[in-house]
Ligand binder design. Structure first.
Ligand SMILES: NC(=O)c1ccc[n+]([C@@H]2O[C@H](COP(=O)([O-])OP(=O)(O)OC[C@H]3O[C@@H](n4cnc5c(N)ncnc54)[C@H](O)[C@@H]3O)[C@@H](O)[C@H]2O)c1
Length: 682
């Protein structure tokens, strides 16, 4: 078995897509070779990246030094002999099969035999390149979305002969470069374009049939799908000929329903660049337009699932992450109801002699199973998988409910558990909007019920008979950090960041954080982390004992599986924990000083800049929340964990009833600094 560890990348084709893909790889800290036909084209690609980075610096997304470091990770060249030590190549040359084939033949000669070869084709099948590659088990599809430095979605496609190791390594490499991968079978249009291209095309057909003018179709499409651009504006942005090409290619492979509407062909023949978007909106046409767009989308989405190109979940994640639709096709379908969705789909395909997919034919079919948490029980462990990458996997009521149900079912199977997530965050906290809405409606019981349920589920997880592991691949914030703490072992990727920002939004960690954290890292470090909200990276987290291991993305799954077999859990005695040598000063400071001594300036930071920074940060937090944390720490420390955890529930209403909670939570939603109550007496 070959072991693939992808650390060096190459991108072939320094055009719109290739330059963006290389930029993203370099931004995530990896070396990337960017290849084009000649030095001039390479320089043009590097120029595109430079100007993107300059814009980023202007908008303060990057500091100038960061932008320089990103550029330094990119080596532009037209010399293919520079590809010898590369681990993964992503081809992004012209969409021409002969050009692509010749590129893969050349890659086979210039790259090492274990180098994974990926194509970013949008209209060919991956398998069409098999004969151009030596060792075709290393050939994959990696379909990115414009702009690839910003859009997180990538469809990962294996052809029949792609080996499992290659597929897994490719997937891990995409997580490592900050992408949100979804599975797609090797099928025309893969997942997202398969319904997105017909969605655009349906707009064109509505125009061609004189159902409405462009302005009305734009308005209705935006309203029905709650999106920022309708089909015509999107065509203008991406290039109208690209839409014609995409629909033609899908039509060639899938039949008449997918072929471009005549109006699109006619428009392209005029040579005009952009559709005119202005005009009077006729609101009476809304339903007719919405029905057709929805019907076409439902038909294709159901067909995708029936053909096993993607699951219901992946189809929707693709839309939410790749197209930024607030709801994916199946969520829209569930909202409307299966019967109505079937009628709309039937009407949309009426002229094409097509059959409805079975899922839509079956009357009284239950809603499509959309999961905020899914489970997968292959092998020796059960994976519980958070599936809302577009919402940073935040814990809302539905997610907690589904997690509860999946956890209960998983416990019956009697295997160790691995908690995992897709996207930038593992779990980035709780649903802040729900808290704010509940407080504004004077409905504390809703918050109490939510937290009570969360605490119960986390306790069930913590009490799991077999080991539980948190695969912390990204951000673990607030409730997400508390969820991680409820597992036996936390295995982090080098990209993980963990923190407890609650006191900065006027509340305290209420899902076990004030009691489980001191039992992992010791009381003084728990105080430091919760009082300051300081984020820790993976290395620092390992030093303080907050996590148990760090593993590269390539080995993350295997490392989690190893820890899942480890039943030597810690016993949770606070007093046995000793500070790491790098943390002695912080430990002693928070051990020796009360909250009020620190807040009043009485505590001496002895010139330690980290401590001075900590004190400064504490000044920006809610004193009321900090004080409640201090009480919880001290009351809880001597108690058995079970009783200590009850203290959080006891105090929860008091923290949410205080004005600082509504102020802090609202400020977070509104993107401003909170103004907490001043405390004169400290
Ligand atoms: N544009 C999109 O939104 C989008 C989205 C997903 C996938 N794709 C796919 O990505 C690929 C690239 O698309 P693009 O929009 O970046 O095209 P582009 O025309 O902007 O760039 C293609 C680049 O490839 C270079 N090139 C051509 N032949 C080459 C060769 N033999 N060796 C090295 N370099 C070569 C060209 O000089 C050019 O710089 C296509 O397959 C396209 O279908 C595009």
């Amino acid at each position: 078995m070959t072991s693939y560890n992808i650390t060096k990348f190459a991108v072939i084709g320094a055009g719109n897509m290739g330059s963006g893909i290389a930029q993203k790889i370099a931004t995530e800290g990896f070396k990337v070779v960017l290849v084009d036909l000649d030095d001039e084209k390479v320089a043009r690609g590097i120029g595109i990246i430079k100007s993107m980075l300059d814009q980023g610096v202007e908008r303060k997304v990057f500091r100038p030094a960061q932008a320089e470091a990103i550029l330094a990770n990119i080596k532009g060249t037209s010399d293919w002999s520079k590809l010898g030590d590369v681990d993964l190549v992503i081809e992004a040359v012209f969409e021409n099969i002969d050009v692509k084939k010749s590129v893969f033949e050349r890659l086979s000669q210039n790259c090492k035999p274990t180098c994974i070869l990926g194509t970013n084709t949008s209209s060919f099948l991956v398998k069409e390149l098999v004969d151009s590659v030596t060792n075709p088990e290393r050939l994959v599809g990696l379909h990115y979305f414009f702009h690839p430095a910003k859009n997180r979605l990538v469809e990962v496609i294996g052809h029949e002969g792609t080996s499992d190791e290659v597929y897994r390594a490719t997937w891990a490499s995409q997580e490592a470069i900050g992408k949100t991968p979804i599975y797609s079978a090797d099928a025309p249009g893969f997942v997202v374009n398969r319904y997105f291209v017909p969605w655009v095309n349906e707009g064109v057909r509505l125009l061609g049939e004189n159902v409405a003018n462009i302005a009305t179709i734009e308005w209705a499409a935006k309203k029905a799908f709650n999106v920022g651009m309708g089909p015509f504006e999107l065509m203008n942005v991406t290039g109208v000929p690209i839409s014609l090409h995409a629909a033609t290619s899908l039509g060639d492979q899938m039949g008449d329903f997918y072929y471009p509407g005549q109006a699109l062909k006619d428009f392209c023949a005029t040579g005009e660049a952009n559709w005119p978007l202005n005009g009077d909106v006729d609101e009476s046409k809304y339903q007719a337009i919405a029905d057709r767009l929805l019907g076409a989308t439902f038909y294709v989405a159901a067909q995708l699932v029936e053909e096993e190109v993607a699951s219901v979940l992946e189809t929707d994640i693709g839309a939410r992450v790749g197209l930024r639709w607030p709801k994916g096709p199946f969520e829209l379908l569930n909202k409307l109801g299966m019967e109505q969705a079937r009628d709309l789909a039937a009407a949309a395909i009426a002229d094409y002699g097509l059959e409805l997919p079975k899922m839509l034919q079956e009357l009284n079919h239950k809603a499509a199973a959309l999961e905020a948490v899914s489970s997968c029980g292959n092998g020796t462990v059960t994976d519980l998988w958070f599936q809302r990458p577009d919402s940073m996997n935040a814990l809302d009521q539905q997610t907690i409910m589904q997690f509860d149900a999946k956890l209960t079912a998983a416990q019956l199977v009697q295997k160790p558990l691995i908690l995992r997530a897709n996207g930038k965050a593992f779990v980035a906290g709780a649903d802040i909007k729900f808290f704010v809405d509940s407080l504004r409606a004077d409905n504390y019981p809703a918050i109490g019920n939510f937290a009570g349920h969360g605490q119960k589920v986390f306790a069930t997880l913590a009490g799991n008979e077999h080991a539980s592991v948190c695969r912390a691949q990204g951000l673990c914030l607030g409730g997400g950090a508390e969820l991680a703490l409820a597992t036996d072992w936390i295995v982090a990727s080098p990209k993980m960041m963990i923190g407890f920002p609650e006191t900065g939004i006027g509340i305290f960690p209420g899902l076990g954080g004030t009691q489980r954290l001191p039992r992992r890292v010791g009381l003084p470090i728990a105080k430091y982390l919760i009082y300051t909200g300081q984020l820790l990276n993976a290395e620092k987290s390992l030093e303080v004992g907050l996590i148990d291991a760090i593993s590269s993305f390539a080995k993350l799954d295997a490392t989690c599986e190893e820890w899942a077999q480890n039943t030597d859990y810690r016993q949770g005695e606070i007093e046995d924990i000793k500070p790491h040598v790098n943390w002695v000063e912080i430990w002693n400071f928070f051990d020796n000083n009360t909250l009020d001594q620190i807040m009043s300036g009485e505590a001496d930071a002895m010139g330690n800049t980290l401590l001075e920074k900590a004190i400064h940060k504490m000044g920006q937090k809610s004193y009321h929340a900090l004080k409640m944390c201090e009480n919880l720490f001290h009351e809880g420390a001597p108690l058995p964990l079970k009783h200590a955890l009850e203290l959080e529930s006891r105090d929860l209403q008091a923290v949410f009833d205080h004005a600082d909670a509504l102020e802090g939570l609202s400020a977070l939603l509104e993107g401003r600094r909170p103004q907490f109550e001043q405390v004169a007496s400290v």
